[in-house]
Write a protein of this length. Structure first.
Lengths: 270, 162
């Protein structure tokens, strides 16, 4: 099993918590955004833990940082922008995949309409990378700054991300004569308080009419080709690193202790 | 049988060429400068966006107290300008995106998250050429190209063939 962890650090010095998470969950690929921790600092912290050896991977993408437990040669860059890095993950003996990691434009700076209109560009980058590697075994991970139900996620020329495996496994759909491949979005199943897990990854209690309070901005999406190697039960929104809670006494992300986002973790059986 | 009703000459004036042809020409020049270790590619977004997305997003934008940020528009051409490293399995880096109306070349907008350019509007070919010159000579652009060139195996000791 290959374990992936993604966290928006809110520019906080959380290297110890990141390292604790990495150890406790045996993380293979660590993806961080809003990370101002110097690579040297992060590597020293990660690799001070016994029996672990993480590598920093170089990138022209300023917004995303990736550390891996294996040599960076197995995670080659395919396409990047300032906010997106798409890597070819080719571990020996395992099925190669494309790993796309992004920190999308935030609602603080962009309207919801602008976000929705930008997603097709993101989608095009992914399609271009898939064309280059000649397969569509792609996962997209990141802080999308949009909920799973928002236009940019669900529209055909956006990410075309659907809530069930069954629909995703149809492969694609046609709109206005154009064919659009699906993503499967397992994050839909993590809304609300039906279980003991956090109801979302980001909390915003605004005063306007339409306020969701809990949002799931931090997401993982999978192409249909990878649905069968993904276990829904492996996907979790984490509220603790095992030693420290990321939540306040009110159950909300505690900015004073950790980040304003909660991390997500998942596994793939490649 | 009817006769052709198309005008005898459909041609572009040298004074106003399609922006995409200018971008592709500049892309070629980069390869010549870097011994093809770093090239560039212009990729259109045309045909990729379904019209319902425009309608929904425009309606959202109309009610939002948003800023003048980049929005995709119906009946516009969008082109992504990538830097490409062929030796690195065609690694691509988006440098900027341009957009203009289908029925006119100018004004054209340029957007670059890397260079912090948000919807800069250019009203003529001369303005476009000036802006491209600025983008190509930007320290970040040069740094990225150098990085791609070095990783492609370029060494400053290698002599350029005469």
């Amino acid at each position: 099993m290959t374990t992936f962890l993604f966290w928006n650090l809110n520019s906080k010095p959380l290297e110890s918590m990141v390292a604790t998470l990495a150890l406790n969950h045996d993380v293979d690929i660590l993806m961080l955004v809003e990370c101002n921790i110097l690579p040297a600092t992060m590597l020293q912290t990660l690799n001070s833990i016994e029996k672990t050896q993480y590598y920093f991977t170089r990138s022209n993408c300023e917004k995303v940082v990736i550390y891996t437990k294996f040599s960076p040669e197995f995670l080659q860059r395919v396409l990047e922008t300032n906010r997106l890095t798409i890597r070819k993950l080719s571990l020996p003996g395992l099925t190669p995949i494309l790993l796309a990691v992004t920190h999308f434009q935030s609602k603080r700076n962009w309207s919801a309409g602008s976000q929705a209109m930008e997603v097709p560009v993101l989608s095009k980058h992914i399609l271009k990378a898939e064309e280059e590697v000649q397969h569509s075994r792609t996962i997209l991970v990141g802080d999308l700054n949009m909920n799973p139900f928002e236009t940019g996620l669900v529209s055909a020329s956006g990410l075309n991300a659907v809530m069930t495996r069954e629909i995703a496994l149809r492969g694609s759909r046609t709109v206005d004569g154009n064919n659009y491949p699906f993503f499967y979005n397992p994050m839909w199943g993590h809304f609300g308080d039906a279980d003991e897990n956090p109801p979302g990854t980001y909390y915003y209690g605004g005063s306007e009419h339409e306020t969701f309070f809990w949002n799931i901005f931090d997401q993982v999406l999978l192409r249909p080709e990878l649905v069968d190697v993904f276990q829904n039960e492996s996907l979790k929104i984490l509220s603790t690193d095992g030693a420290n809670s990321f939540l306040s006494k009110h159950g909300l992300p505690d900015h004073s202790v950790a980040s304003d986002h909660l991390p997500i973790i998942f596994k793939l059986n490649l | 049988m009817t006769k052709s009703l198309w005008p005898k000459k459909i041609e572009f004036s040298d004074k106003e060429r399609p922006p995409v042809s200018i971008l592709r020409e500049q892309a070629t020049y980069l390869g010549e400068k870097t011994q093809n270790l770093v090239t560039a590619e212009v990729v259109p977004l045309a045909g990729h966006v379904d019209n319902s997305l425009y309608d929904t997003a425009q309606s959202m934008a109309a009610t939002a107290l948003g800023s003048q940020k980049r929005t995709l528009k119906k009946d516009h051409f969008y082109d992504i300008f990538y830097l490409v490293a062929p030796v690195l399995n065609n690694y691509r880096f988006e440098l900027f995106v341009t957009v203009h109306k289908i029925d006119q070349f100018y004004p054209i907008e340029i957007h670059s998250d890397t260079l912090d350019i948000s919807g800069r509007e250019l009203n003529s070919q001369d303005e476009l050429l000036n802006e491209l010159a600025n983008i190509f000579s930007h320290p970040k652009t040069i740094k990225i190209i150098e990085s791609m060139r070095v990783q492609s195996g370029w060494s400053h000791q290698e002599k350029v063939p005469s």
